[in-house]
Design a protein around this ligand. Structure first.
Ligand SMILES: Cc1cc2nc3c(=O)[nH]c(=O)nc-3n(C[C@H](O)[C@H](O)[C@H](O)COP(=O)(O)OP(=O)(O)OC[C@H]3O[C@@H](n4cnc5c(N)ncnc54)[C@H](O)[C@@H]3O)c2cc1C
Length: 423
């Protein structure tokens, strides 16, 4: 990696995130004279923050299951994943000195559990390959004649190349570099940008009782969207209460789906099972058994066999039940209401903090105008895309990084894709 006064290259990669870095490495390994331009003073700011600094690189799902989690457009990934799936990604990192593993058999992390080890290895590989890196260089425009791309310009300098890869990310966490520049660049050459929504962020709720449960973490929660047209949208995982709503992995997954619904309906009703999937009948049996074992104990004590104290108290209040009295003293309708609340607690989403706290952008450069076998634009020759700038987003669990790496690998070929073994 060297600073340079040269201005003519085979390839210019715009953006030094996960997608851009692997694209630059792939192209350089294939003998291309490569320039990487990064707007921030350092590369990979977002990559560093991934997985809370531990970097959930990918997951162990089969390519079919992996693509299915991206919804209808998931199949767009077929050529990229066939050439560079999670095994190839793990092998690539092992080759540049970073071993990775899946401690839970599913989510893959570097063994170091540090995103810095990933970034250092990528940087060292770029140095080894002689990739030219210029930081604090924001690309402001694309040079083209309407048919072919011929370079890019920053406010200070123009650079020429017959190939340009746009790897500028989305709009989420703008302090980490991605502020939507790629959408502007792509639209200047006629690319359609689909509607953009923040995805994967904490949600605000109408119910204020959540504040009393702040910081309580509930494992293995199921969330459903309680709208007729969104009944099939469900998510599973840990939930954390906040001062004004909910966050945690299960919330990130449901938040992916929810932003267009909030825009349409104003508020979105949720149903939440916090009792590890127990239904009303099973809850009745559970509580009956608790009462049998400890007949003198209060309702609160029985419910606390399922939930933390603060949440148990709030559900009692919602059911109109005195938490300190015995379960048998409850009226039938209160008992039924409490059981119903334990099975499905209602919450109403009324907002979120937008892109500022969004880990992912939903929407981007339309896939209809990109060739899935190469990531090349169908409108302008020599122009390629990779990573989050495109209209594909996956759930929490290593999906988005794998896609960034796979699409970056494909784009870095600048044409015909070969399998991992051949680079
Ligand atoms: C806090 C957080 C945690 C996450 N954790 C995970 C996780 O554990 N696992 C997972 O799979 N996904 C995770 N994600 C999502 C994942 O990080 C992104 O999907 C992925 O990093 C996108 O990579 P990218 O290279 O496309 O974009 P980015 O990583 O956003 O990189 C784009 C780069 O382009 C640069 N740039 C932008 N505009 C210009 C310009 N005009 N000129 C020059 N440079 C420019 C930016 O500064 C940036 O460095 C997380 C996201 C966040 C915010």
């Amino acid at each position: 990696m060297r600073n340079s006064t040269e201005t003519s290259f085979d390839l210019i990669v715009v953006g030094g995130g996960a997608a851009g870095l692997i694209a630059a490495i792939t192209a350089a390994r294939r003998g291309k004279k490569t320039l990487l331009l990064e707007k921030l003073s350092k590369i990979a700011a977002k990559l560093k923050a991934t997985g809370g600094g531990r970097c959930n690189l990918t997951n162990t799902l089969s390519n079919g299951d992996f693509m299915a989690r991206f919804g209808r457009d998931g199949k767009f990934m077929t050529p990229s994943l066939s050439a560079f799936d999670h095994r190839a990604l793990m092998a690539f990192f092992a080759e540049i000195g970073v071993e990775s593993h899946a401690p839970d058999g599913y989510r893959v992390f570097p063994v170091s559990h540090s995103s810095v080890s990933i970034i250092t290895a990528l940087e060292e590989e770029m140095v080894r390959l002689g990739v030219t890196l210029i930081c604090s260089a924001r690309v402001e425009s694309l040079e083209h004649d309407g048919v072919r791309v011929s370079g890019v310009s920053t406010s200070e300098q123009s650079y020429s190349a017959p190939n340009v890869i746009i790897a500028t990310g989305g709009l989420g966490y703008p302090q980490l570099g991605a502020e939507g520049d790629g959408f502007t660049l792509a639209s200047t050459v006629g690319h359609k940008i689909t509607e953009l929504y923040p995805a994967m962020m904490p949600l605000r709720t109408k119910e204020t009782w959540v504040a009393h449960c702040r910081a309580d973490t509930i494992p293995k929660v199921e969330i459903r969207i309680d709208l007729p047209k969104a009944k099939n949208i469900r998510a599973h995982g840990d939930l954390i209460f906040t001062a004004n709503g909910i966050r945690g992995p299960v919330v990130l997954d449901v938040a992916r789906e929810i932003t267009p619904l909030i825009e349409k309906y104003g508020e979105v009703p949720l149903l939440i099972n916090m009792t590890k999937g127990l239904n009303e009948e099973q809850l009745r049996a559970h509580i009956k058994n608790e009462i049998y074992k400890n007949p003198e104990q209060s309702i609160l004590t029985h419910i606390m066999t399922l939930l933390p104290e603060s949440v148990s108290r709030e559900l009692c209040t919602l059911a109109g039940a005195n938490p300190d009295s015995g379960f048998n003293k409850l009226e039938g309708c209160q008992r039924d209401k409490l059981i119903r609340l334990l099975a499905w607690t209602p919450l109403t989403v009324i907002g979120h903090d937008g892109f500022k706290m969004a880990m992912i952008t939903r929407g981007g450069v339309s896939l209809k105008e990109i060739r899935p076998e190469t990531m090349e634009s169908k409108l302008v020759k020599g122009l390629y895309f990779c990573g989050e700038v495109m209209n594909l987003d996956g759930p929490c669990g290593g999906y988005n990084l794998q896609w960034s790496f796979s699409s970056g690998y494909t784009a870095g070929h600048l044409g015909k894709l070969t399998s991992k073994k051949e680079i």
